[in-house]
Ligand binder design. Structure first.
Ligand SMILES: Nc1ncnc2c1ncn2[C@@H]1O[C@H](COP(=O)(O)OP(=O)(O)OP(=O)(O)O)[C@@H](O)[C@H]1O
Ligand SMILES: [Mg+2]
Length: 336
């Protein structure tokens, strides 16, 4: 068997009116519909407590949906199928590796439990370790490898059982910022290489953008927008998404003559900054940060902070007075 043949393709997933109410009446998840084609990577993005883990647990079979809800893998209703028979792979924040086992033993654990003979198990573990770049560490105990390496062991272990669906619950959140940024790119590449149906949970919008084919933005137990990273950034469905994904400015409309809305939402890249002129909106530069390709400015507009970007070679400094104009085509308007 070649490395290519180890790629699991996974099942399609459908969730039908699945909600979750905890004792005491806490609605962790409102009745939710969701469809993932086989091989898609969906990111659940939202603030703490919005229901991300609850949704993941319903898919895994770690909890039953409220009556009337259903979970289907490849069109087959698995709502009453217990977790051990659903063939889901899971990677958690803590990774939950077996500390007294080597890298290879961890990855092969699920296959051993399933009774696979040692020879085929070893071959499969070897292939997976090659794919995640850990072949040299195969005999190392997992308590003597780095955080990033542990994350790859956890991923290989979850993939080894050839899951129908892979579920990842904030698998990068225990790592420091620099490593997290590096690993999010690596994780996205590996998931695509495994071509597996996956749901990845995060509250980090940059991670969501890097990993998801689509992003489901959640708030207070509901999916409030489902779309590609570009959809969610360029056409946020409501104020919540606008404020949660990427940097979004908001100004009272009266401060932008002619814009005709009560409250204007716009991205930094929609702002044009020029020399102060009579009749224009005047702002004061309060901060200017050089980012190599551009300079990020914080402007004070009548007491409101606005983020803007100018070409890096423009010598704008804190204390400068500038004029500000917003591209009307890139104004977002939301009903109040
Ligand atoms: N076993 C439980 N009993 C009662 N309420 C619960 C239980 N589990 C979760 N909740 C509540 O349901 C809501 C959603 O929780 P959930 O764990 O799904 O959030 P989350 O989006 O994963 O948050 P985080 O980003 O902090 O992990 C929260 O208000 C939480 O307090
Ligand atoms: Mg959670």
């Amino acid at each position: 068997m070649t490395a290519e043949e180890t790629t699991a393709h996974g099942a399609s997933l459908s969730i039908r009116r699945a909600g979750k109410t905890f004792p005491g009446g806490v609605v962790a998840l409102a009745p939710t519909d969701l469809d993932l084609p086989a091989g898609e990577i969906l990111v659940l993005l939202g603030p703490s407590g919005c229901g991300k883990t609850t949704l993941l647990r319903l898919v895994a079979g770690l909890g039953a949906p409220d009556p009337g809800g259903a979970v289907l893998f490849d069109g087959v209703d698995v709502t009453t199928v217990p977790i051990e028979r659903r063939r889901v792979g899971m990677v958690f924040q803590s990774y939950a590796l077996f500390p007294n086992m080597t890298v290879a033993e961890n990855v092969g654990y699920g296959l051993k439990v399933r009774g696979e003979p040692k020879s085929s198990r070893d071959a499969e573990v070897g292939r997976l370790l090659d794919m995640v770049g850990l072949a040299e560490l195969s005999d190392r105990p997992v308590d003597r490898i780095s955080g990033g390496q542990r994350q790859r062991v956890a991923l290989a272990r979850a993939i080894a059982i050839r899951p129908k669906i892979l579920l990842l619950d904030e698998p990068l959140s225990a790592l420091d910022a620099a490593l997290r940024e590096k690993l999010r790119i690596e994780l996205a590449r590996l998931l695509r290489r495994f071509a597996i149906t996956a749901i990845h949970v995060t509250h980090d919008q940059a991670e969501a953008m890097a990993i998801g084919d689509r992003i489901a933005v959640m708030n207070q137990g509901r999916i409030v927008q489902l779309g590609t990273p570009e959809d969610v950034y360029v056409r946020p469905a409501d104020r919540f998404v606008a404020g949660f994904v990427g940097v979004m400015n908001r100004l009272p409309g009266r401060l932008l003559p002619g814009c005709g809305v009560a409250e204007a939402f716009f991205r930094p890249e929609a702002v044009a900054v020029g020399p102060p002129e009579a009749g224009s909106v005047v702002a004061m530069v309060t901060a200017a940060t050089f980012f190599g390709a551009y300079r990020r400015l914080t402007l004070d507009v009548a007491g409101h902070a606005v983020e803007a970007e100018v070409p890096a070679e423009r010598p704008v400094r804190p204390g400068d007075a500038v004029s500000l104009a917003v591209d009307p085509a890139r104004l977002h308007v939301f009903p109040t």
